[in-house]
Design a protein around this ligand. Structure first.
Ligand code: 2IP
Ligand code: CA
Ligand code: CA
Length: 386
């Protein structure tokens, strides 16, 4: 199934092009940042252009994957629905057509007749992307399309994408907010067990082309199944784990009790904050933090599936925090790992797919154990291990 990986890399690159074009083309950018106030609010253009960018990206991925792998067509899910209501209250189903012209015509109806904006978007959707990672070609992946499902977050950290603050990234440093936190996430899971087996993360705004050609992106990918564990990000070099506390990245809206519990484990300088659920897991993948702890159910299957696959390929994972705190010390691992195939029966709508128990993303199981042990003691939740 190396051809699925290649396809996901290609389609994630097209998604990144759509995300970039929406910021780079003045006309689309204007729609993206348009403040809708008063009278204007319901009259003109789309109800929310940023939602359109998301919907377009998701549908494009669904279209391209379904076309090459028809067995997967009914199992490609994402954050967005393809029903879109334009500023005139008309409901339009956004689909990617077989030609650029047809797609442009359809998008123009969503964009209240703005043909120029529609053509720019259609062009990015139908363009063949530049080269992809050649290393992805040389693999044999023991998976069949009929056993797989997909979770897509077309743009994670939308607020950072819209705000658009440009940061210059420094190698080896976590940069808490800015355009680079916006990611395209495509995760593949096994329908039978819900295990994440393949993931592609595209960071459309990784660096600026020094020759003035605009933003350039970066791709990260991983495969973890049937004894194959390959990741485009390398494992950390040897050497003993530090004796001092682990470093942990959190959402700035994390609960005070959790921040305090982790401060006493890590020390204040090892607690970091960053935007974007996907970006925080990417920081763990890159070794910029030992773990990402989230105590609330504010992420969804489409946020965690792709980066989870990369972490597994590196020997780490993403566990359900609540379940992990309830389980015995030795039971951390397989049975508490997040899965992606079953909705919660206690919830409806998008909430069915939330990671309700919170999560811990980690690369090294010994760091996971330290964090969980400390949280159990400090939060005195089912304190059976202490
Ligand atoms: C969001 C986004 C937010 C994150 C939230 C996600 O997804 O990643 O940044 O909150 O959990 O659901 P935080 O940054 O506080 O971790 P989206 O941007 O796709 O809505
Ligand atoms: Ca998201
Ligand atoms: Ca999103």
């Amino acid at each position: 199934m190396a051809d699925l990986l290649r396809l996901l890399l290609r389609v994630s690159e097209k998604a990144a092009n759509v995300a970039r074009v929406c910021r780079q083309e003045a006309l689309l950018f204007q729609l993206l940042v348009q403040e809708k106030t008063g009278e204007d609010k319901n009259k003109k253009f789309v109800q929310d252009f940023k939602t359109l960018a998301d919907v377009v990206i998701q549908e494009m991925i669904r279209h391209d994957v379904g076309a090459q792998f028809p067995e997967m067509a009914g199992f490609i899910h994402g954050e967005e629905s393809n029903k879109f209501e334009n500023g005139l209250g008309e409901s339009v189903t956004v689909t990617v057509c077989s030609t650029e012209e047809e797609t442009a015509t359809l998008l123009a109806t969503v964009l209240d007749g703005d043909h120029t904006a529609a053509s720019l978007l259609a062009q990015a959707i139908h363009q063949d992307p530049e080269t992809i990672d050649a290393n992805a070609d040389r693999m044999t992946i023991p998976l069949r399309p009929s056993e797989l499902g997909i979770w897509i977050d077309p743009i994670d950290a939308t607020s950072q994408y819209i705000e658009g603050r440009e940061e210059v990234l420094k190698e080896g440093h976590l940069c808490p907010s800015g355009l680079h936190c916006a990611l395209v996430l495509i995760g593949v899971y096994l329908r039978s067990t819900g295990e994440p087996v393949m993931g592609v993360i595209n960071q459309p705004f990784h660096h600026k082309d020094p020759a003035g050609g605009g933003w350039r992106g970066k791709q990260y990918w991983g495969v973890s199944c049937g004894g194959v564990n390959v990741c485009s990000v390398s494992r950390p070099g040897g050497g003993a784990e530090e004796d001092r506390g682990p470093s942990v990245v959190l959402s700035s809206s994390e609960k005070q009790a959790v921040k305090e519990a982790l401060t006493s484990l890590c020390g204040p300088d090892k607690l970091m904050y960053a935007s974007g659920a996907g970006y925080k897991i990417l920081c763990v993948i890159q070794g910029l933090a030992h773990a990402y702890v989230l105590s609330e159910g504010s992420t969804f299957k489409w946020d965690s599936c792709a980066p989870h696959a990369l972490l597994r390929a590196l020997g780490g994972g993403v566990v359900d925090l609540t379940k992990s705190l309830q389980s015995d010390c030795g039971a951390q691992g397989q049975e508490t790992e997040l899965t992606y195939h079953q909705p919660s029966t206690k919830h409806s709508g998008a909430e069915r797919w939330a990671n309700h128990g919170g999560l811990v993303a980690y690369r090294d199981i010994s760091q996971l154990r330290r964090i969980l042990t400390s949280l159990k003691v400090k939060l005195t939740v089912l304190n059976r291990c202490a």
